[in-house]
Design a protein around this ligand. Structure first.
Ligand code: SF4
Length: 217
């Protein structure tokens, strides 16, 4: 998939950030190709294989064509490709606010400390509950966000227990996102209110702005 100095890229585009605490900011999205997981709710299956190889230099040149202060590296799984690491560093050096969306099963140890890490914790109903790399718990701090996509009551209880046991509510932003068209936003809002453990409701804003059939972020 990867050549020495390049990354296989699915798409680069400018849109509104739909997730994380940076929701709403105009953002350049760099979507890498390839993912080794197969989440039941995946909305970016087109990124499993489609894409073309680009050098880090060419990716940055493309990013500069957009009037953005925020850049999000997403996938697929960006950390499958080693050049994602220097790409994020160079973007930080250029003054961009950089975020990384990762599935949580690859270590974030080499990710530049300036990058906002949005780390998935895969729930049982994701189909990939074994995926989380516990070493990523070391990055639980105010810059890091742990995201749980909630597909069911069982997932909600599981997420609450996980976040409490790992003290994520105290250390980091904890985001609960309703699996789109699987559970109702209102149901999850009421669940969060009922426990008030410290989680934040996260809706995928882009899916409400653009057509649900539009490719999501
Ligand atoms: S980790 Fe992300 S890209 Fe990979 S299968 Fe899961 S939802 Fe899809």
């Amino acid at each position: 998939m990867e050549t020495k100095d390049a990354i296989k890229i699915n798409e680069i585009f400018f849109s509104i950030q739909g997730e994380s605490s940076w929701v709403g900011y105009p953002t350049v999205f760099i979507r890498t190709s390839g993912c080794h997981l197969r989440c039941t709710y995946c909305d970016t299956k087109y990124a499993y294989h489609e894409g073309g190889v680009m050098s880090v230099e060419d990716i940055i040149a493309k990013v500069k064509t957009f009037p953005a202060n925020y850049v999000c590296l997403t996938g697929g799984e960006p950390l499958l490709q080693q050049q994602s690491i220097p790409l994020m560093k160079q973007l930080c050096d250029l003054g961009y606010n950089v975020s990384l969306e990762t599935s949580g099963d690859k270590s974030c140890a080499d990710v530049d400390a300036r990058v906002k890490k949005i780390i998935d914790v895969k729930t049982p109903d994701s189909g990939e509950p074994q995926a989380f790399d516990p070493s990523n718990l070391q990055f639980a701090d105010s810059l890091t966000e742990f995201k749980f996509v909630i597909c069911s009551e069982k997932d909600f209880e599981w997420a609450e227990n996980f976040a409490k046991q790992k003290e994520l509510f105290k250390k980091s932003n904890v985001l609960y996102s309703p699996s789109f068209k699987t559970v109702q936003e209102r149901w999850l809002a009421e669940k969060i209110l009922s426990t008030n453990s410290g989680a934040r409701l996260q809706l995928q804003l882009h899916k409400y702005i653009w057509s649900p059939d539009t490719r999501g972020v």
